[in-house]
Design a protein around this ligand. Structure first.
Ligand code: NDP
Length: 300
């Protein structure tokens, strides 16, 4: 790292720990007031190792804040009909306030049909077409967890985002697109770059806020970053260097010292994603039980 590294490190781990602490209090309060315990159901089809690790982490952290966790592990040859039947059951179960189907699903299953079979008000991943539409039209939505976490950190750092130039690199349904919608809702001027964008470096240089969600190790170089910009690096890439394996982001962190702040990888966006899943489950519970008005239930 060069000596001129002046950017603040945005501590996603600490931010997530604070959010989890608040949610734990919230769950305790809900139990005292209603006698009910919010519950999250996670469905895993097959035994993909990375997915299994994510599901275990979600289970552990759900229990840790005092909520109920229902994990459904299904064999890899589960049919569409069987999976849909389970979702119908979970949609109807009063003890289940949030439902998440771990992606990716095995190729024989229709992912869009599965996501859209989840009751929208229990869709704590925020991937249902109705939640995507609500977000796009400024209505109360359950918002995808990763971009929600990014927005929380940006607002904590910058306060009002109104009028800022935001560039989002990557346009996936789970990160790039909802991130752009959230920034637009905050009155940023938003540009979305993708693999066919002509001059990504020049575009990035216009950004007061730069969010990168591509999946290419250290693609964004120091000279793509405007001095004083706030940089959110969503990428998680495992690389081999000097004979060892390590995780890096989509931004060349060591070259970003002239940014005003940047999220590290690991320890930036990653920890916020599960914390926001828990937050979405608490929000879903509150909305289902009309504990607060819809406006008050919105986390951001
Ligand atoms: P996808 O592969 O679904 O999307 C990648 C996007 O990057 C696409 O829109 C693609 O463009 C764009 N892209 C690819 N190459 C370039 C390029 N050279 N220049 C500009 N844009 C490019 O990925 P995800 O959105 O699911 O994930 C992105 C990264 O974020 C991954 O590293 C993933 O592991 C990480 N991630 C981290 C999470 C966390 O909790 N921290 C959660 C989710 C993801 P096009 O659409 O044209 O193909």
């Amino acid at each position: 790292m060069n000596n001129q590294f002046l950017a603040d490190r945005i501590d996603g781990k600490g931010f997530a720990a604070n959010l989890v602490e608040k949610l734990t209090d919230d769950v305790t309060d809900i139990k005292e007031k209603t006698g009910l315990i919010p519950g999250l159901a996670v469905v895993l089809v097959g035994e993909d190792p990375a997915s299994s690790v994510y599901v275990s982490a979600k289970h552990r952290q759900t229990l840790a804040i005092g909520m109920q966790s229902f994990v459904h592990k299904l064999p890899i040859d589960t049919s569409q009909t069987e999976l849909m039947a389970l979702l119908t059951e979970l949609n109807a179960a009063s003890e289940v306030n949030g439902i998440l189907v771990q992606l990716p699903l095995p190729a024989h299953l229709d992912t869009n049909a599965v996501i859209n079979a989840i009751e929208p008000d229990k869709d704590v991943d925020g991937f249902h077409i109705l939640n995507a539409g609500r977000l796009a039209t400024g209505q109360d939505a359950l918002v995808p967890c990763t971009p929600l976490g990014c927005l929380m950190m940006l607002k904590d750092r910058l306060g009002s985002l109104a009028g800022m130039n935001a560039v989002v690199v990557g346009k996936s349904n789970i990160v790039g697109k909802p991130m752009a919608q959230l920034l637009m809702a905050e009155n940023c001027t938003v540009t979305v770059a993708h693999s066919k964008t002509r001059d990504v470096p020049a575009l990035c240089r216009t950004a007061d806020i730069l969010v990168v969600a591509v999946g290419r190790p250290e693609m964004v170089k120091g000279d793509w970053i405007k001095s004083g910009a706030v940089v959110i690096d969503v990428g998680i890439n495992r690389i081999e260097s000097d004979g060892r394996s390590r995780i890096v982001g989509d931004v060349a962190y060591d070259e970003a010292g002239h940014a005003s702040a940047i999220t590290p990888v690991p320890g930036g966006v990653g920890p916020m994603t599960i914390a926001c899943l828990l937050a979405n489950t608490v929000t879903a519970f509150k909305r289902q039980h009309k504990i607060v008005t819809k406006k008050e239930a919105v986390v951001v």
